[in-house]
Design a protein around this ligand. Structure first.
Ligand code: HEC
Length: 146
């Protein structure tokens, strides 16, 4: 084997390496795209969940809250609020009561505004947050309060 490292060898490593890792990148992208529907429970995207997402966006909840880590860090994470506040039995009544009682007006506590959402909008929001809590995120956030 030659002792010298030629330009041709360097070029082959550069192009060969680029093609190799680009192919790995394509394969991983394909794999991710294939697993999304199962991980995000696409089959459970009801009309109500979709309306709830629209209520979420129109009212800019993400301006204060995070949803699965995305958003602002002023107020609690809501990706798992469904599990934290009652789950299947308790969450919907909790959300109705919570939305009605804002702002709490407790001195020294961060306030959430009153949004005057209709009952239908709160129901849809509850469905959206329920659906969000079921996304398979490899158990993130690590604890219920997170
Ligand atoms: C101006 C900032 C702000 C906006 C916008 C906002 N929130 Fe909040 N939210 C808060 C704060 C602050 C708290 C924590 C209040 C407390 O504990 O007293 C909170 C708490 C909550 C909780 C209870 C969380 C828990 O862990 O118990 C829910 C549910 C909630 N918000 C839903 C919403 C929804 C739905 C929207 C959009 C319609 C929204 N919030 C928009 C500031 C905001």
């Amino acid at each position: 084997m030659s002792e010298t490292f030629t330009k041709g060898m360097a070029r082959n490593i550069y192009f060969g390496g680029s093609v190799f890792f680009f192919l790995i990148f394509l394969a991983l992208t394909y794999h991710t795209e294939q697993t999304f529907p199962a991980r995000s429970n696409v089959d459970q995207l009801t009309e109500s969940v979709i309306r709830g997402k629209s209520v979420w966006e129109r009212n800019n909840c993400v301006g204060c809250h995070t949803l699965l880590g995305e958003g602002a860090y002023f107020a609690p994470e809501l990706g798992n609020v469904f599990k934290r506040r009652g789950g299947d039995e308790g969450f919907k009544p909790f959300l109705h009561a919570w939305m009605k009682m804002q702002p709490l007006g407790v001195p020294g506590r961060r306030a959430m505004p009153q949004f005057n959402l209709s009952d239908q909008e709160v129901d849809d929001m509850a469905e959206f947050l329920k659906w969000s809590s079921k996304i398979d995120t490899n158990n993130w956030p690590p604890n219920k309060e997170g």
